[in-house]
Design a protein around this ligand. Sequence first.
Ligand code: PAF
Length: 278
Amino acid sequence: MDLIVARNRADLLAARREGTVALVPTMGALHEGHRSLIRQARVRSDQVVVSIFVNPLQFGPSEDFSRYPRTFDDDLDVCRDEGVDVVFHPGVDDMYPPGRQVSVSAGEMGRVVEGASRPGHFDGVLTVVLKLFNLVRPDLAVFGQKDAQQLALIRRMVADLDVPVEILGAPTVRESDGLALSSRNRYLSDDDRKVALGLSRALRAGAAQLTPDKIRTAAHEVLAQAGPRLELDYLALVDPATFTDVSESYHGMAVLAVAARVGSTRLIDNVTVTLNPS
Ligand code: PAF
């Protein structure tokens, strides 16, 4: 079957087939990480829909909405190559017709860690994700663990608002040197890229430890070695479901998350760690 490109709600409705539908929401600039989400969607469904929409609601006024990479023709090639059935690529006016008033609040969990640095970001993410769910009506949707707080909040929204969509998380895809794949990596110069490796190195150093204090200390040491061009925003060790800080006596899985600026590019990364195993 040829790839169908649906540019509005009517096209999308016409493209819908019988059977299990999987949605992979994206903002485009597709890379190997997106391919792995699409492959996970493919094995679980009869029809794979990839949405490509750079969502203005989730960018702050001084963020990179206008310069966010838009590579639609290349994205279509990736989707064809991965056997995607439908690409949903609506315009901003289609998604947000004038007069809009109501949106989703991510609550307190949306105001900590990444949300503390990007006020309103997760309200914008949840609003567009819920709209995509209502428009595409998928049985399941796949999101990357690379945006761990986003994934946790989407699971929270689905539980709190009784949204009938199964949420699947897919592991972060990395370059061979450890750099997590991100659409924003294409902003990095060669020198920036070397500095950016400090993020994944710090997470690896932290993950080799077993207690919260040691994890934070090991990670901070490596971040400091990256030098002043890596401007740390936060390093957080949090409960994976709530994104609240863990205590020294916490047992079990936690998320070690980092955000930093390298030049004008803001990068995030995270790993799962097991604390105080018995
Ligand atoms: O992770 C992303 O690319 C975006 O936040 C998402 C989920 C597509 C919503 O715009």
